[in-house]
Design a protein around this ligand. Structure first.
Ligand code: HEM
Length: 393
């Protein structure tokens, strides 16, 4: 016996942005997939269903001919399946290898973290969003891509404009203009370094792309770099802030990582499970299919809410709590299947092994401010947008 997708009309978009978790719980309890009018999308929220979907890319495709990502960024491997996806993915792989991360990126990223933390240390207080997490994510991504040095704000602005353009379903002309301008700026920044990377192969993503597959068209290089700018900056930024927030809000857990630094990796995994930086990403149903007793029609657009799945109480006990000592259990914050995040291991290193430990070691008695509480927002992307803290100087 199968049923059709129910529709929910009484959710305000603002509530999704402020706190999506009660809404996610309601949707999870209601049905395997629910059309949410305010999101203009059918949302899948259960852990087991998303896992099943990601194991079957022929039925649940990442390729979507009408996707705004293609319009704003160009033809990218992230929105392709099968062989086309594999070509793009393989071309960037040398930059993300374990030995490259350990030997090449780790020392560079440690130096960036040191200079940012040393610069803010004398102040005794800061909002860690702009003072640490955003510049850290931007400067490390700039290095990884292989751009000429530029102010961190510029790459962050390009990233924001591209993301907003890719989500511009209301066709706002100003958002479109900014996204197109950011795209043109990225193209120019790529052009400025191409010859250098061609004649001097190195571990950067641009160099990997050009040298691993010399036949890759420039349009594909541009599109894939734009996807990496859109998808590789906000997530580590938000993971840094969520990790710090989780620990500062739970002093006993903070104490345990300080006493046992080997707990840092578990703390990072718990942070991105608790508040997943990418809360939702899209797929397209390629044939009529049954999902846990419900019929999904061909061509249905669905949103996989990994932020909801990571709080599914059928998978995680007491899922709303931040608990770094919970039993080890895989989560979906880095996605699953063929599109599993390429930046997983580099983020685990940067956030969980470099920035987190260094911050708590160098800023003594780091604490939240009673007079300026943190603000967390978003559902497609979610993280602290403000994290004011103090420490002893
Ligand atoms: C904590 C940090 C991060 C989180 C939580 C995260 C999360 C994700 C998720 C959920 C996906 C799947 C999206 C989809 O299938 O539509 C993804 C894909 C991807 N991520 Fe990440 N990401 C992070 C950091 C990074 C970084 C730092 C980079 C690059 C330097 C990166 C590069 C990518 C790429 C290239 C893909 C597309 C993979 C493919 O389609 O094969 N990510 N990420």
């Amino acid at each position: 016996m199968t049923s059709t997708v129910p529709v929910v009309t009484d959710i305000a978009y603002r509530d999704l942005l402020d706190d999506p978790y009660p809404i996610f719980r309601r949707l999870r309890e209601m049905a395997p997939a629910v059309f949410v009018e305010t999101a203009k999308l059918t949302l899948v929220t259960r852990f087991d269903d998303i896992t099943k979907i990601e194991r079957d890319p022929a039925t649940y495709s990442a390729d979507n001919p009408v996707s705004l990502v293609n319009k704003v960024m160009g033809p990218t491997f992230m929105r392709k399946d099968g062989a086309e996806h594999a070509i793009g993915r393989k071309a960037i792989e040398p930059s993300f290898r374990a030995t490259t991360i350990k030997e090449h990126w780790a020392p560079k990223f440690t130096a960036i973290a040191e200079s940012l933390i040393d610069a803010l240390a004398p102040a005794g207080e800061a909002d860690l969003f702009a003072a640490l997490a955003a510049p850290m994510a931007s400067l490390t991504l700039m290095e990884m891509i292989g751009f000429e040095p530029m102010p961190w704000q510029r790459l962050a602005e390009w990233s924001q404009s591209l993301i907003e353009g890719a989500g511009n379903y209301a066709a706002d002309a100003e958002i479109e203009r900014k996204a197109m301008q950011a795209g043109a700026d990225v193209d120019a920044a790529i052009e400025a370094v191409l010859d250098r990377h061609r004649s001097n192969p190195n571990p950067s993503i641009l160099s990997s792309m050009i040298n691993a597959d010399p036949s890759m068209p420039i349009e594909a290089i541009r599109a894939n770099i734009k996807v990496i700018i859109g998808g590789g900056l906000n997530e580590p930024r938000d993971a840094i802030l969520t990790l710090v927030l989780g620990l500062l809000d739970h002093p006993a857990q903070k104490q345990s990582v300080l006493v046992k630094p080997e707990l840092w990796p578990a703390a990072l995994e718990e942070a991105v499970r608790w508040i997943s930086p990418i809360g939702m990403y899209p797929r397209r149903v390629t044939r009529s299919v049954e999902l846990s007793g419900m019929t999904l029609p061909q061509d249905l657009q669905i949103g996989l809410c990994v932020g909801a799945a990571n709080r599914d109480d059928k998978r995680f006990a007491d899922p709303d709590s931040f608990d770094i000592s919970r039993p080890k259990q895989s989560h979906l914050a880095f996605g699953a299947g063929p599109h599993f995040c390429a930046g997983t291991w580099v983020s685990r290193l940067t956030v969980g092994k470099i920035v987190g430990p260094m911050l708590f070691e160098r800023l003594r008695n780091l604490r939240l401010r009673d007079d300026a509480p943190p603000v967390v927002r978003g559902w497609v992307f979610r993280g602290p947008v403000s994290l004011p803290v103090r420490w002893d100087v």
